[in-house]
Design a protein around this ligand. Structure first.
Ligand code: M6P
Ligand code: ZN
Length: 189
């Protein structure tokens, strides 16, 4: 194992910029096939809005550390009645949880466990969301500005996308008549 040193890392709370960063990726709408319920609205938005950016993840990882952290910055937007969201995942290592600290914007963290128990945690500036081990999690930007949050996770956690990609999550976050609602995904009715 390499030697580890204390470090200060600067995070911009409105852009999610991380300095220094060790990795990053962006997700554009065309890469989120099957995530949104309304696939016609999804295809139309790719065409009409020229494949917009949905979210960007920037990470900071010290080689040899058990923990790493970073930011996720989610653009505001909607596909049909659903807001922009992340893919959602369980962790490969079922013993590992995660923590989100919201820096800017507003949203919801949608969670569900293996037995189908569902929960939401509000994401707003200064709030910390605790994700217990073996709960799937997806973040959703419900507001008009970018949702920026810091996450801290075990390096060993890994991402398991299979189940959520195949079937979706049991609850959808939708806007109906100007109200944000948590509704049952018709695929689970
Ligand atoms: C959060 C963290 C990351 C995750 C990212 C995007 O920032 O949980 O580990 O990769 O969200 O979520 P997803 O991988 O589900 O698209
Ligand atoms: Zn995670």
């Amino acid at each position: 194992m390499s030697e580890l040193y204390p470090a200060e890392v600067i995070i911009d709370p409105t852009t999610g910029a991380v300095s220094p960063a060790t990795g990053r990726y962006a997700k554009y709408l065309s890469e989120l096939s099957g995530i949104f319920s309304n696939s016609d609205a999804w295809s139309r938005a790719i065409q009409d809005e020229n494949d917009p950016l949905v979210y960007e993840v920037i990470e900071c990882k010290q080689e040899g550390s058990d923990l790493f952290f970073g930011t996720t910055t989610m653009q505001p937007g909607k596909i049909g009645e659903e807001f922009y969201m992340t893919r959602g995942h369980f962790h490969e290592d079922r013993t590992k949880g995660e923590v989100y600290c919201t820096l800017s914007g507003q949203g919801l963290l949608l969670l569900e466990d293996r037995q189908g128990c569902c929960s939401t945690v509000e994401m707003r500036k200064g709030s910390i969301a605790f994700i217990p081990p073996d709960w799937a999690h997806r973040s959703i930007n419900c507001g008009p500005i970018p949702l920026v949050f810091t996450w801290v996770c075990s390096v060993a956690a890994g991402h398991d996308y299979g189940q959520i990609l195949q079937r979706g999550m049991r609850k959808l976050i939708v806007e109906r008549e100007g109200e944000i609602e948590v509704v049952t995904n018709p695929k689970f009715d």
